[in-house]
Design a protein around this ligand. Structure first.
Ligand code: AMP
Length: 273
């Protein structure tokens, strides 16, 4: 596995790739969720490039950019074990110029939920992925359903800018107790883990209600809110795949989302129905 530190090294590596190229963008502090994306790419492509970049433009002032967990050695090992061909550690100064054309996330998809609470976040995501897609020119790129709104925005961007790659959505990987894996789980103290479980429990509650044929969004959200007490909840939402709020769950076209704080740590989870 090659370790690439500059854009010219990536371009050189890409030039020598034969067959298909899969790309897995990450912010590092890799866990089994990331590993599942990398393994899927390795299965489906002749070459897999993983990027590890805590992208400054997707963090808002006051967010955890500086303290976001970083583990270059451990991440490199995981990429290698998963069978990646190369790992790219970009340099922020090389990635960003001074006077760049604006790349913005589509307004309708990015003005609610994560986009409303983290204004500009998805613009930063679209901006960095544009750069990555141009540098790497992947045939396929892998994204977790864990970041449901991000995945939807990227699918929209790729479609509307006629980008020549396939976006491959990947299932959410969870701990055996249900907690969705996240690099930010490392912020949680032992005493906070049981509170973090309230997010996945609320999602499971929604899933069970739907299985019992309760499709009313207000009732499902009320039951979820009860499960989340006493956490500070940013939102409990039930939307269609265009991220428009809906009154009744439509099987095959619904996403149920939650964002809440456990202490100072903000966690998200969701369910695709
Ligand atoms: P991040 O490093 O948080 O930017 O995540 C990189 C990619 O991994 C994104 O596409 C995430 O949606 C995905 N991802 C993060 N956590 C999980 C998880 N628990 N299961 C599946 N994919 C995940």
């Amino acid at each position: 596995m090659q370790i690439l530190k500059s854009i010219s090294e990536v371009l050189e590596f890409r030039k020598n790739c034969t067959g298909s190229v899969g790309f897995v963008p990450t912010m590092g502090a890799l866990h089994a969720g990331h590993a599942s994306l990398i393994k899927k790419s390795v299965e489906q492509n002749d070459n897999t490039i993983v990027s590890i970049f805590v992208n400054p433009t997707q963090f808002l002032p006051g967010e955890d950019l500086d303290k976001y967990p970083r583990n270059e050695v451990g991440d490199t090992k995981i990429c290698e074990l998963c069978g990646a061909s190369a790992v790219f550690f970009p340099d922020a100064n090389e990635m960003y110029g001074k006077d760049e054309p604006l790349i913005l996330a589509p307004k309708e998809l990015s003005s609610s939920l994560e986009g409303a609470l983290r204004p500009g976040h998805f613009d930063g995501v679209c901006r960095v992925l544009n750069k990555f897609f141009n540098i790497i020119r992947p045939d396929r790129a892998y994204f977790g359903k864990k970041d449901a709104q991000q995945l939807t925005i990227i699918q929209n961007m790729v479609k509307n800018f006629f980008m020549n790659l396939e976006i491959v959505p990947c299932e959410i990987v969870r701990e055996s107790d249900g907690l969705a894996l996240s690099s930010r789980n490392s912020y949680l103290g032992d005493d906070e883990l049981c509170y973090a479980l309230k997010l996945s429990r609320s999602i499971m509650k929604a899933s069970n209600l739907i299985k019992a044929n309760e499709l009313n969004a207000l009732k499902i959200k009320a039951a979820m809110s009860e499960c989340l007490e006493p956490l500070k909840v940013d939102y409990v939402a039930i939307v269609n795949r265009n991220f428009e709020p809906i009154e009744n769950v439509e099987l095959g076209n619904t996403i149920i989302l939650v964002a809440a704080y456990v202490g100072k740590t903000r966690l998200i989870d969701n369910l695709w129905v």
